[in-house]
Design a protein around this ligand. Structure first.
Ligand SMILES: Nc1ncnc2c1ncn2[C@@H]1O[C@H](COP(=O)(O)OP(=O)(O)O)[C@@H](O)[C@H]1O
Ligand SMILES: [Mg+2]
Length: 348
């Protein structure tokens, strides 16, 4: 298609080319942001009358899946769920559309980096300061709580579970916002669509035991995922290092959750909170993401203050992260990382 992975400052100056139009000419794809399992994610520009231009993100079902009724249905469900979100910590979805027979959805462009890249980059230095890391997690929990509490138009709770709350699906923007993305495998309590009993969906390294067993999931499954993120924030390393997905799933099924290392950061209360979020039994975890967020926020007083005065939060986080984020911006996107990785593995 002639597109190269996104490098935002260059793309906004439209240096990468040639940009491609969607068949209906509604959108001009400028650059690739990512290729997921089922969809391609592009930075694009929508054009309208009166020289209207709006930068947005286009997530399109891959051509290979466009003829599969099952994948189309999954994609449309993702869009329907994403469309319900209206929260400052969740990406805003604009529309569902069709580009030449491929369903696509448009959403706000988050000019930033996924949290896993921020963490990876900072790991090479001193790591993300714990206070900031906790604040990111408080925002993630706020976004999740919004999703968990959503009701349909008749006021009935949807019982939504994200099921893929991982650092890959959290974007930290250059101006200091934290946004949850990707409702690709989210599911409402009344959905009977995809989940054949015993199948596993999601990323094993952030999955909960009930998910690994193919059992019923609810909001506490997402709480476990943030528990893993908290574990990693305190320990300064991955919770399941060097273990393949199959092994992780097996450990989870047997409820063998690694304890926090003795050298992990945080006082006894914070450590206890982390262990509670990682309780094998959902009943033993914080009951809601809001309760978890509130308990966590007690360990980062700046967060509580910033929440009272939203205007201060962004400059805070922005200033603290700006050197690292600038570096990452210069280093390109996740797709660049993968390309570099593939290049290294390719036999010469
Ligand atoms: N609205 C957005 N703005 C900027 N980057 C985004 C946006 N949505 C997704 N991304 C980036 O693209 C990646 C893949 O998008 P995602 O929706 O997670 O697709 P997948 O379902 O394939 O994982 C994300 O990890 C994130 O880095
Ligand atoms: Mg994703």
């Amino acid at each position: 298609m002639g597109l190269r992975p996104v490098r935002v400052p260059d793309v906004t100056r439209a240096r990468y080319g040639p940009p491609t139009m969607t068949p209906e000419r509604n959108y001009r794809r400028l650059a690739v942001i990512g290729h997921g399992g089922m969809a391609d994610v592009y930075l694009a520009v929508a054009r309208g009358i009166g020289d209207f231009h709006k930068l947005l993100v286009l997530k399109e079902l891959r051509p290979g899946f466009a003829h599969s009724a099952e994948h189309r249905a999954m994609f449309l469900r993702e869009a329907r769920i994403a469309a319900l979100m209206a929260h400052e910590s969740v990406v805003h979805t604009y529309e569902i559309d069709d580009t030449g027979g491929r369903p696509c959805m448009t959403m706000e462009f988050l000019d930033g980096q996924p949290l896993h890249r921020v963490l990876r980059r900072l790991h090479e230095q001193d790591g993300l300061p714990l206070q900031l890391h906790l604040r990111v997690l408080v925002e993630v929990l706020a976004g999740l709580h919004h999703a968990h509490e959503l009701c349909d138009y008749d006021g009935r709770a949807l019982g939504l579970v994200h099921r893929d709350a991982t650092p890959h699906n959290v974007v930290v923007t250059y101006d200091g916002q934290v946004k949850l993305v990707d409702f690709g495998i989210a599911r409402a309590a009344r959905d009977d669509g995809d989940t054949v009993a015993g199948t596993f969906k999601g990323k094993a390294s952030y999955a909960a035991p009930e998910q690994a067993r193919g059992g019923a999931v609810d909001r506490r499954t997402d709480i476990f995922a943030v528990g893993v993120m908290l574990w990693e924030a305190l320990a300064g390393r991955r919770m399941w290092p060097d273990l393949g997905e199959v092994m992780i799933v097996q450990r989870l099924r047997e409820a063998e959750i690694p304890g926090l290392p003795a050298a992990a950061a945080g006082g006894p209360e914070l450590r206890a909170l982390c262990e509670r979020a990682l309780a094998p039994e959902p009943d033993d975890r914080p009951a809601t993401a809001a309760a978890f967020a509130e308990a966590l926020a007690r360990h980062c007083p700046a967060q509580q203050e910033a929440r009272r005065d939203r205007g201060r939060r962004a400059p805070d986080l922005r200033q603290a992260l700006s050197p690292q984020l600038r570096d990452l911006r210069a280093a390109g996107s996740d797709a660049d990382d993968r390309r570099r990785h593939d290049d290294r593995r390719r036999p010469r």
